[in-house]
Design a protein around this ligand. Structure first.
Ligand code: IMP
Length: 191
């Protein structure tokens, strides 16, 4: 978990799924892969999906900066209708892109692909805007994601089918600031 400095969240975590160190080295690996694959392009446009991808976007962009190509950043905010810990697949745009993505090499930065419903909707939406290319980098992927055919080219970790928090992912808007990804203790849900 954390380095020994007391914090408010470690006590709520039942078990760690991906440690801070694992995240760090995986991001380095993903950034190297992406920079190799995009070596021929002038620049890429990273599209982060708020709020969950904010940590991943920040760390991934910095890692990519070490290898290139130059990256620009855009953010979208979407919300899938429904509350709690499952996705409904009905997506609402809370914040749209600020700029045209036509003829740009777009790389979507996603925190997690669970049912894949949000991402498959987002891909159709972005594709309709005629990017030069469109790929996805997802830090985490759950087993159900294979049911919906969303081509996620770059995946950090395949994780078990449990609800996870940390590194951008929340439960009721909390735990996003945790530097690692973990599963909450059952009693947290009954508070
Ligand atoms: P999907 O549409 O089921 O693939 O999930 C879409 C969104 O639900 C993700 O981008 C996350 O924001 C959220 N989500 C899915 N699984 C988890 C989880 O285990 N913890 C926190 N948020 C999750």
């Amino acid at each position: 978990m954390s380095d020994g400095t007391p914090n408010w969240f470690d006590a709520d975590i039942d078990h760690v799924i991906v440690s801070e160190e694992q995240i760090r080295s995986k991001i380095e690996e993903l950034a190297k892969q992406v920079s190799a694959d995009y070596g021929h392009v002038e620049e890429v446009l990273l599209v982060g999906v708020l709020k969950g991808a904010v940590m991943f976007m920040a760390d991934f962009a910095r890692a990519l900066g070490r290898y290139g190509p130059p990256a620009e950043m855009e953010f979208m905010a979407v919300s899938s209708y429904g509350q709690g810990t499952t996705s409904s697949g009905v997506v609402r745009i809370l914040k749209d892109l600020d700029r045209d993505i036509a003829n740009r090499h777009v790389v979507v930065i996603e925190d997690i692909v669970d049912s894949g419903l949000t991402l498959s909707w987002l891909m159709k939406y972005l594709e309709s805007r005629d990017p030069a290319s469109l790929e996805v980098v997802a830090l985490l992927r759950k087993p159900d994601a294979v049911k919906v055919h969303v081509p996620v080219k770059y995946v950090g970790f395949d994780i078990p089918n449990e609800f996870v928090v940390g590194y951008g992912l929340d439960y009721a808007e909390r735990y996003r600031e945790m530097p690692y990804v973990g599963v909450l203790k059952p009693e947290v849900y009954s508070r």
